[in-house]
Each structure stands twice: as structure tokens, then as C-alpha cells.
Design a binder for this molecule. Structure first.
Ligand code: SF4
Length: 93
């Protein structure tokens, strides 16, 4: 292998290593207590509403998790959401 090829290969390896470190840092950060809520989006960002839209609602969304109190949590929208709510990120189960 020539000197130039060796430098390019080494540089690519460093870039891949840096990308891997960033990915690991993101995963570790996402797993810290309290960070999930901080990384969720505001309801307004996804035009959340407390009523269904076109027959679609949170209870039929794969991102919804029901709670014992009858309300629910969303994987991407912050705060309590209604099973009858809806937002533009709706994704059918
Ligand atoms: S993504 Fe939107 S529709 Fe789905 S559970 Fe979250 S708030 Fe409800």
C-alpha cells in the first residue's frame, strides 16, 4: 500500500471511529433518567389535539403507551396525552 492510500485509509478509520463514538454517546444519553422527557417534542410541534382526526387517535398509534389512570404517554411527544388525542406523527399500530 502506498503512503497516500495508507493516509486515506487511516483517515477513514478515524472518521468511522468518531461516528461510532457519537452514536454511543447518543445512546447512553438517551438512557439516562429524565433525559427522555427532555428529548421529547412539544405538543405544539406536532399539532397535538385532544380529539381524534379522521378516525385516527393515540390509542391506535404505535407510539402510545396507556397508563393506569386512563391517559397515556407518547414516545415522542412530551407530557400526558389522551387516548383520544391525535398528532401529525400518528403511526398506525
Ligand atoms: S405520536 Fe401523536 S398520535 Fe401517536 S401517540 Fe404520540 S401524540 Fe398520539
Amino acid at each position: 500500500m502506498g503512503g497516500q492510500e495508507e493516509r486515506v485509509t487511516r483517515r477513514l478509520g478515524l472518521i468511522r471511529g468518531a461516528n461510532l463514538m457519537i452514536g454511543v454517546a447518543v445512546i447512553i444519553g438517551a438512557g439516562k433518567p429524565g433525559s427522555a422527557a427532555a428529548s421529547k417534542a412539544d405538543k405544539r410541534d406536532f399539532a397535538y389535539q385532544d380529539k381524534p382526526k379522521d378516525g385516527k387517535s393515540c390509542s391506535g398509534c404505535r407510539l402510545f403507551a396507556s397508563r393506569e389512570d386512563g391517559k397515556g404517554q407518547c414516545a415522542i411527544v412530551d407530557g400526558v396525552v389522551s387516548p383520544n388525542g391525535w398528532c401529525m406523527a400518528f403511526s398506525a399500530r
